[in-house]
Design a protein around this ligand. Structure first.
Ligand SMILES: NC(=O)c1ccc[n+]([C@@H]2O[C@H](COP(=O)([O-])OP(=O)(O)OC[C@H]3O[C@@H](n4cnc5c(N)ncnc54)[C@H](OP(=O)(O)O)[C@@H]3O)[C@@H](O)[C@H]2O)c1
Length: 186
């Protein structure tokens, strides 16, 4: 059974992006562009990506993927990517992007089967990770906390989940980031 892992960078006060969906705070942090060896190892174990439409739109716009679809594999390889959206959207030429909508349980068997024996990475946003948790499908939360704070923005995981369900598995420093891994109990 693949594990469902929400893996993200976050500000110290729990935001994934600012109100305008900017990740300037992340890129201003040394190492914030990625490439960490832990992340490379994590990605090797991932069979499928899942993301909400704002996260997808950010990558498409930031990398100008409509004009340069060849950049998609630099991010995600050839893994299938499920994008949740209620709107009709364009895919990326040559990328295995699958648009779904509605209750995550309705797409679960398809997502699980596509992952095979590898894990499912919830890329973001926080509410989508929350929807997987609501469905009892979230197994792990991995956060890389940057030395940055924002007054407001896109929330890390807007749910009430306590110590009865979260267990701290590891703590690691990677440059300016604190990397915490929590297992999630149903
Ligand atoms: N710090 C990091 O490492 C990191 C990681 C990931 C994301 N981010 C950023 O964080 C922000 C997250 O944005 P966000 O909070 O708006 O979350 P998001 O999950 O990326 O996008 C939310 C949108 O996805 C669609 N959606 C979500 N669940 C759905 C469902 N069950 N069925 C159909 N559609 C669904 C809806 O839009 P529509 O129906 O209108 O399409 C919803 O408004 C983005 O700016 C992203 O770039 C940062």
């Amino acid at each position: 059974m693949p594990r469902v892992i929400f893996h993200t960078a976050t500000t110290l006060n729990g935001f994934l992006a600012d109100d305008e969906h900017s990740l300037e705070w992340l890129f201003a942090t040394p190492g914030g562009e990625g490439g960490d060896s832990d992340f490379t190892e994590f990605l090797a174990g991932v069979g499928v990506l899942v993301q909400g439409s704002s996260t997808y739109d950010w990558v498409v716009e930031h990398e100008d993927l409509v004009a340069h679809p060849e950049k998609w594999p630099q991010y995600y390889g050839d893994r299938p990517t499920y994008v949740f959206s209620n709107r009709d959207r364009r895919g990326i030429l040559g990328a295995d992007v699958r648009f779904v909508r509605g209750d995550v349980r309705d797409s679960w068997s398809e997502i699980r089967d596509a992952a095979g024996d590898r894990d499912i990475w919830i890329v973001g946003g926080g509410d989508l990770a929350g929807q997987f948790d609501d469905a009892g499908l979230l197994d792990e939360i991995r956060v890389s906390i940057a030395p940055a704070l924002l007054p407001s923005g896109m929330p890390l995981l807007p749910r009430r989940i306590g110590a009865d369900r979260l267990h701290l598995e590891s703590v690691r420093q990677s440059g300016q980031f604190a990397q915490l891994v929590y297992s999630v109990r149903a």
